[in-house]
Design a binder for this molecule. Sequence first.
Ligand SMILES: Cc1cc2nc3c(=O)[nH]c(=O)nc-3n(C[C@H](O)[C@H](O)[C@H](O)COP(=O)(O)OP(=O)(O)OC[C@H]3O[C@@H](n4cnc5c(N)ncnc54)[C@H](O)[C@@H]3O)c2cc1C
Length: 411
Amino acid sequence: MGVKEQRVIGVPRPPFPSPLSPLQADSLPGFPAAVGLTEEQKEFQKVAFDFAAREMAPHMAEWDEKEIFPVQTIRKAAQLGFGGIYVKPDVGGSGLTRLDTSIIFEALSTGCVSTTAYLSIHNMCAWMIDTFGNEEQRHKFCPSLCSMEKFASYCLTEPGSGSDAASLLTSAKKNGNVYVLNGSKAFISGGGDADLYVVMCRTSGPGPKGISCLVLEKGTPGLSFGKKEKKVGWNSQPTRAVVFEDCAVPEANRLGEEGQGFNIAMQGLNGGRINIASCSLGAAHASVLLAREHLNIRKQFGEPLATNQYLQFQLAQMATRLVAARLMVRNAARALQEQRKDAVALCSMAKLFATDECFAICNQALQMHGGYGYLKDYAVQQFVRDIRVHQILEGTNEIMKMIIARSLLQE
Ligand SMILES: Cc1cc2nc3c(=O)[nH]c(=O)nc-3n(C[C@H](O)[C@H](O)[C@H](O)COP(=O)(O)OP(=O)(O)OC[C@H]3O[C@@H](n4cnc5c(N)ncnc54)[C@H](O)[C@@H]3O)c2cc1C
């Protein structure tokens, strides 16, 4: 006996995730994501929203369900300049600012958070090589990263060192003009599929000053990968452990000086935190729209839910929190661009605030969908699942509080 598709009067059955197409900066009247931006920024914001609506949103459910890493779509994004957004143009980058980058990631995330988040990590790696690499390294690695012919992974976390990243144990022992790398990394985004691994490893004594940064190429003997992790969200990108067994890495692949690796890793993460917060903004933006759509269509007690003042107030609060989070993120992006002294704390505040607030917004949007929000036919649940991890990675939100408190107490 076949299973009948049940249709309930007054319940939207959106062709997943239809309300997002085409989502634009001005999709929320009164809360335009383009406010205060230059004409140029508005243009590439529109390009990113269009790309999200056309190339990503129609597939995000399938990528999630089947755990597809959409390599071709990501390469298409790179054709728009999104593979090395804040990498310098002489090596193929777009040479845009941190604020520009945030605007792009926010817009792309409305189409698929998980895919955009991988793109953001790849961009962070490309920037690290562009910024801390010598001319030879920049010209060797950056062009193929910017075109996304090659994909990059950021390798800091280990099974025994997460929040306490400076205690990492992966060792790199100098032998002639190579480093012999041994150890393992946990939770590596893109792991197994990426071509370049930016690896933080220990070249001397304990603590942050004993850490260096090496670029390891896929195919290096001794490099292997764990199983693909099964995750709550972020399913359109693979996460694997990365294992090094006597991997010989040329000294020429070391970024910066010996002992500079932890600093390089942390500088990468300052931008990474803005990027991941921006991905949360996109999810929240989309979820507010989905909630609005649902409240307008769904009727209970003889009226559309949208007529209920409690729900109206909730929606108002969601939009307010989204706008506040966006201001925080853009403020931090400007501070980082200007290399201001308070940039590290502001990036941490933006990551803390935006990822917490945006998760709450998406979760509230799910609540407004009632039981339908819990069904995979409705996009809102995927936004909730995909951004939950933003409170955990690139430094947990508890670690963000530690950084902010440290900067306050140092003043
Ligand atoms: C899907 C996914 C993708 C990831 N991608 C990458 C990647 O590409 N590259 C990479 O290097 N890493 C990656 N990570 C790892 C991620 O950065 C770590 O999971 C994160 O830093 C937390 O480390 P941990 O999991 O070991 O938790 P722990 O450090 O064990 O922390 C457990 C809990 O204790 C809290 N805690 C720890 N210390 C303190 C303290 N002093 N004060 C208060 N609270 C504390 C934490 O905030 C957390 O809530 C990824 C993780 C996930 C889940």
